[in-house]
Design a protein around this ligand. Structure first.
Ligand SMILES: [Fe+2]
Ligand SMILES: [Fe+2]
Length: 210
């Protein structure tokens, strides 16, 4: 079986019991974006194996159903603890597809935006970058409103929060690879964030489709 199909078969039952934001479509999106980023990283000389990138992206949110706070650690343990799934992963998947378990498991462990240590390998930086998604201001609005205010908050507060976090000099942190790969989109998003008139239009758009 092709690696992609094998991965989907393995992860499908796990993602099926995750929350709506972490279903199989999220894993597939991160796999697709990760492969593109890996191409970009390899052109810079990273020398990553696409099979490891695909596997890490597939597994990165595999245990969100256990709880968001520790899902990265649970995912890492599932792949490395010597239990039945770990054996399936290392003895079958890794041998069949020339995947090393360590870069894959560490990418799962290190994928969260809050991770501030050194990356074990380029696979970790790629999956963490892909998990953020392309710079998308409408999604930033939706996420800010949904996470922090249940969609019931005025435009000045939301746009102020977005400016502080995602605007130029904001406190949101991106992996270096993300900043290089999405430089043009990031800069365009930050220009819009700096423009109050455009931000008002984005706010209205976000409210209308919630
Ligand atoms: Fe995650
Ligand atoms: Fe994710």
């Amino acid at each position: 079986m092709h690696l992609h199909d094998t991965l989907i078969t393995l992860i499908r039952p796990f993602y099926a019991i995750n929350d709506p934001a972490h279903q199989l479509d999220h894993a597939i999106e991160v796999m697709t974006e990760s492969i593109q980023l890996a191409g970009s990283a390899n052109r810079e000389g990273a020398g990553v194996r696409l099979s490891e990138v695909a596997a890490a992206a597939a597994f990165h949110d595999i245990l969100v159903s256990n709880g968001r706070e520790h899902h990265h650690l649970d995912g890492y343990n599932l792949l490395m603890d010597g239990g039945p799934f770990s054996i399936l992963f290392t003895d079958i998947l890794c041998k069949d597809y020339d995947i090393r378990p360590e870069p894959v498991a560490h990418a799962v462990l290190e994928h969260r935006a809050s991770y501030d240590g050194e990356y074990y390998s380029a696979v970790s930086e790629i999956v963490s970058s892909a998990d953020r998604g392309r710079p998308n201001l409408l999604k930033v609005f939706q996420r800010t409103m949904a996470n922090d205010y249940n969609g019931k908050i005025s435009s000045p507060v939301v746009t102020g929060d977005i400016r502080k976090k995602w605007g130029k000099g904001g406190y949101a942190r991106y992996p270096a690879l993300y900043q290089r790969h999405y430089a043009a989109e990031l800069s365009a998003m930050q220009d819009t964030i700096a423009d109050p008139y455009k931000m008002e239009i984005m706010y209205e758009a976000a409210v209308s489709i919630i």
